[in-house]
Every structure is written in C-alpha cells, then in structure tokens.
Design a protein around this ligand. Structure first.
Ligand SMILES: NC(=O)c1ccc[n+]([C@@H]2O[C@H](COP(=O)([O-])OP(=O)(O)OC[C@H]3O[C@@H](n4cnc5c(N)ncnc54)[C@H](OP(=O)(O)O)[C@@H]3O)[C@@H](O)[C@H]2O)c1
Length: 276
C-alpha cells in the first residue's frame, strides 16, 4: 500500500517532534559536569600501593549479582585488600584459583542480628545488594533494598568498619513519589546518619550488563541507552566502568565524609582507569 505523500510527511513530522521532545527531556535531566580529579590518573597506582601496605580487609554484599561479581573480580585483580569476605544468603562456588582465599559468610538476612560476627573486623564494606519490585513485590523490595542494607551497614559500623560504599541509583531521593527512588534515597540518608568515617554513594544510571535473567523493562532501557550512550552519557554506564570507579575511589582521599558520585563522575573515574 502506498501512503499519500502528505500523510507520509505528516507522520515524519510527528516522529521528529516526538524524538526531539524525548531528547530534550533527557538532556534536561543530564548530570552536572563530572567531578574533576586533578593528577588522579598519575597517582592512582601509588595510592593503591600505599593502600595495599596497610593489610586492610573488606566485605561485599551482593557478590553473586551483576555488579557484585565484577566488583569482586576487579578487587582480586587490583589486589588492594589482604582479605575479602563475601556476605550473602548462599554459598558461591568459583573455579578459578584467584578466588581460593576468599572468606564466605552465609547469613539469614531476616535474622541479621544473629550474624553480627560476620560483619566484624572489616575496614571497608561494599554494598551491591538489591532486588526489584517485579521480583519481590513492593514490601519485599523495601525489605531488601532498605531494611537488609541498613541493618548490614549498622552491623558493619558496630564491627569497626570505617568506609561504606553503597551502590544506589540515579535519581535517588527520599522525597520522591516513586517507590524505587524514595527507598534508595531513604537508605542513603539512614546510612549517612550512622556516621561512618567515610560514606560513598554511587548513583549509576541504567547498568549496561549482559544479564541472563529476564527483566524486560531493564532490557528495553539497556537497549535504548546502550545505542544512544554517547548522546545520553549520564543515563547509563557499563557495569565494568562502575566497578573500576568503585575500586579507584576506595584509595582516593575525599574531602567530605559523605560523597555522592553521580553517573558522569563514576564514568569519568572508571574510564580513566579502564586501560590499567
Ligand atoms: N540494574 C540496573 O540497571 C541498576 C541501575 C542503578 C542502580 N542499580 C542498583 O544497583 C544494585 C545492584 O544491582 P545489580 O543489577 O548488580 O543487582 P543484581 O544482579 O540483581 O544482584 C542483586 C544481589 O542482591 C542479592 N539479593 C537479592 N535479593 C535478595 C534477598 N532477598 N536476600 C538476600 N540477598 C538478595 C542477590 O543475591 P542472590 O544471587 O542470592 O539472588 C545478588 O547478590 C541494586 O541495589 C540496584 O537497585 C541497578
């Protein structure tokens, strides 16, 4: 069937307007310029070396997830900790020899107080724990992304942890009307109140990751932002870049006790170290 040229012209016009409006909205919500780290690239290796000398230990929550497992890989590769503990709800198995010295603590997140010992004696904690509303329902989502995360942070603090690194989300805001963003913002605020020596919040956009599990809406967002990532650089991030930034940031000396890294700042920090 052949469309009359006026109808075709009208359809093209409407499509153009729609694309321009979407682009304008997304650009409006772009992050501010990334944080600048002067001489960070040159210094990062020596900072890592210095950090390594202190024989520090860390734990990871969510090491079986997409971010957590790559974070673990990156930490093993860069070897900045003498001891790494994985805290999770199940025992993980690893084939590679690089993983043989890991400590694993299997806990029941509904009874975390009974597992306080698992959190003791770590200098740094990383939290990549989380579920989705689709998977766990609204209540289950709050239970995991807020209650489990906050309780873990509390136990870590009591157990002597100095630095807590939280993987939150772009747009996290405790006053948001959206449950996801509200819960993320609330847990950020509640952990900040615990008073860690250092608390770092990472707010990535859509994670570009090859997830095996089916999550249709995440898949769609990934395809869209993956295709347009050069244009909307603050909306998405490859998970490999995020974990590089998390490890690099661990050895840097921030000026504030609490720092928030938005998507662009994470990308800037992670990409600077991509070739290392
Ligand atoms: N995906 C994105 O695009 C995106 C974007 C921005 C921020 N984030 C946030 O970043 C964090 C990590 O995301 P991700 O995609 O890497 O996570 P993921 O692959 O879904 O992994 C989640 C981790 O949390 C654990 N977990 C989930 N439900 C649990 C429960 N009921 N009890 C105990 N452990 C549980 C999982 O353990 P099991 O393996 O045992 O299930 C897994 O280790 C989340 O907080 C997420 O909200 C994600």
């Amino acid at each position: 069937m052949k469309l009359p040229s006026t109808a075709l012209g009208k359809a093209t016009g409407i499509l153009t307007v729609v694309v321009v409006v979407i682009a304008a909205v997304l650009i409006y919500f772009e992050d501010e310029d990334p944080v600048q780290y002067s001489s960070m690239t040159e210094d990062i290796r020596s900072l890592e070396e210095n950090f390594r000398q202190h024989n520090r230990s860390c734990f990871i929550l969510g090491a079986s997830g997409e971010t957590g497992r790559l974070l673990l890989q990156e930490l093993l590769q860069r070897n900045i900790f003498s001891r790494i503990t994985l805290i999770g709800r199940r025992q993980l198995t690893f084939e590679d020899k690089a993983y043989e010295n890991l400590v694993q603590e299997v806990v029941d997140f509904e009874k975390l107080d009974d597992y306080a010992a698992a959190f003791e004696g770590h200098d740094v904690g990383y939290c990549c724990l989380g579920t989705t509303r689709a998977k766990a329902g609204a209540e289950g989502f709050v239970r995991v992304d807020h209650d489990y995360v906050l309780k873990s942070a509390e136990l870590a603090k009591v157990g002597g942890c100095k630095q807590f690194h939280l993987e939150s989300s772009r747009g996290a805001d405790k006053n948001s009307n959206f449950l996801y963003l509200k819960v993320k913002g609330q847990v950020e605020a509640d952990i900040e109140a615990l008073g860690f020596d250092r608390f770092t919040i990472y707010r990535p956009g859509v994670l570009l990751v090859d997830r095996q599990e089916s999550r249709p809406s995440e898949w769609l967002a990934r395809k869209f932002f993956g295709a347009f990532s050069p244009v909307f650089s603050s909306m998405s991030i490859p998970v490999q870049v995020l974990v590089k930034a998390m490890v690099s940031n661990t050895v840097l000396q921030p000026e504030q006790k609490t720092e928030i890294l938005e998507n662009k700042a994470i990308a800037s920090l992670g990409e600077k170290n991509a070739a290392k």
